[in-house]
Design a protein around this ligand. Structure first.
Ligand code: ZN
Length: 444
């Protein structure tokens, strides 16, 4: 039970670099949305790295205050000038279409067209990413410098899309552990051609699933690949009983830019993961920021909603909205760095493994210290140097093993790396000196 994790030889993220670059290059052109073939094609590509179970939820299914929407698919879209040239072309870049646009066909004057055109005056060469999921609309996104240069003429417009009854697709990987308590990893699948804000999270999560699938696990791990907002809401609505088993969780997004890591705490603010993630980031020597929960962002909003209140934080590098390329065509494969993603995989694996190993030991020998030498746990020669920190970790664990302190509590109080505390606890448990106390992060 307590000695899980840390046993299997660490697999270096090295070697996965070319695979990650190839995955991003393959996924980038796919036109994803919250529903439709783009999400399925994406999950099929990810499933070549680790198998994924697909859950199809029919259009019209009520999920709390929401309804699973119709399925969107698009074949073509353009604006043609008077000479019949495609001046805005979905086939050149899928961000050119307002995502989830209803079909349209006709001739429009510039004045009629303008309310349907989106651009970024502050980033005049980039195509913005815009969506209209819950409000029927159509539109095109284009560089601002192109928008201001459009002649006052009549344009031929076509969006060849369909919105029809179908299903919402959720991807799920469950890696059974020794206990039913779960660790959740969630990432969104719904953005079209955007590399950091989507593909970095997908690449990181699928490689984590493969790596953690090869390790010994105490907790059961659940990886969710879901369209933003509606996907996590749908999963939660259909799986309330399973959600209650989640003891630790991370939403992963935007880990491919060059910035330092940012950990956003769960709404609880003091869940074990809220202390483990910053502890591991510091122990790994990563420059990082820790920010408090706020009700904007990604699917942590749903997991942390008061009716669930799950201990789910979020890890990214530069937070969304704080880099100019965010939600534009500048967030392309050149913007993300494969080494940044590989490092994210390594660091997040360490966080997850620490969460997996966190437990609250109860000493079987609470009245005075056990005689460690008798148990083969103390240095044989008094005064011998070199093992002092291990002994210190053993002593900290024994002195705090009252069933109410988890290993992360001990690591913080002892100011020792979690790994040393965990190894000391493993050794003590293997010698029969520790039993399980109350769960470190039990949901009451
Ligand atoms: Zn986004």
């Amino acid at each position: 039970m307590p000695e899980s994790g840390g046993i299997v030889k660490r697999e270096a993220a090295g070697g996965a670099g070319e695979e990650i670059a190839a995955l991003i290059a393959r996924l980038y052109p796919i036109c994803r949305s919250i529903t439709g073939p783009g999400v399925r094609e994406t999950l099929a590509a990810l499933a070549e790295i680790h198998p994924i179970d697909l859950i199809e939820v029919p259009t019209g299914t009520k999920v709390f205050d929401w309804t699973v929407p119709r399925e969107w698919s698009i074949r073509d879209a353009y604006i043609k000038d008077g000479a019949g040239r495609r001046i805005v072309d979905f086939k050149a870049h899928n961000l050119h279409v307002l995502n989830y646009s209803v079909p349209v066909e006709g001739r429009f004057t510039l004045a009629e067209l303008k309310p349907h055109l989106y651009s970024l005056p502050d980033l005049p060469q980039a195509i913005p990413y815009r969506t209209s999921y819950y409000n029927e609309n159509w539109g095109f996104c284009l560089p601002h410098e192109q928008l201001v240069s459009l002649a006052d003429a009549t344009y031929e417009v076509k969006i060849e899309s369909t919105l029809s009854n179908g299903s919402l697709t959720l991807g799920e990987i469950v890696l059974k552990g020794e206990i039913e308590d779960e660790i959740l990893v969630s990432t969104h699948t719904c953005h079209p051609s955007l590399a950091n804000d989507n593909l970095s999270g997908l690449a990181t999560a699928i490689h984590l699933a493969r790596r953690i699938g090869r390790r010994r696990r105490r907790h059961t791990y659940r990886f969710l690949f879901v369209p933003g907002t509606i996907g996590s809401i749908t999963w939660l609505a259909l799986n309330e009983a399973k959600a209650a088993r989640i003891r630790h969780g991370l939403v992963i997004t935007g880990v491919g830019d060059g910035g330092p890591f940012t950990y956003k705490r769960s709404r609880r603010g003091n869940a074990a993961i809220d202390r483990i993630a910053p502890h591991v980031l510091a122990a790994q020597g990563e420059r990082h920021a820790v920010i408090d929960f706020y009700p904007y962002g990604y699917d942590e909003r749903q997991y942390c909603s008061p009716g669930f209140d799950l201990p789910v934080g979020r890890i990214s590098r530069t937070p969304h909205g704080e880099y100019p390329e965010y939600h534009t065509s500048a967030d392309n494969p050149d913007f993300v760095s494969v080494p940044a993603i590989r490092r994210a995989i390594e660091v997040i694996e360490e966080i997850l493994v620490a969460a997996d190993r966190n437990w609250s030991p109860l000493s079987r020998n609470p009245k005075c210290e056990p005689q460690l030498g008798k148990h083969g746990l103390y240095r044989k020669v008094a005064g011998q140097t070199g093992q002092q920190t291990d002994e210190l970790a053993l002593l900290w664990v024994m002195s705090l093993a009252d069933g109410a302190h988890s290993l992360i509590d001990m690591a913080e109080r002892a100011k020792l790396p979690f790994e040393r505390i965990a190894q000391a606890a493993d050794a003590l448990a293997a010698h029969g000196l520790l039993a399980e106390g109350r769960h470190a992060d039990a949901v009451d």
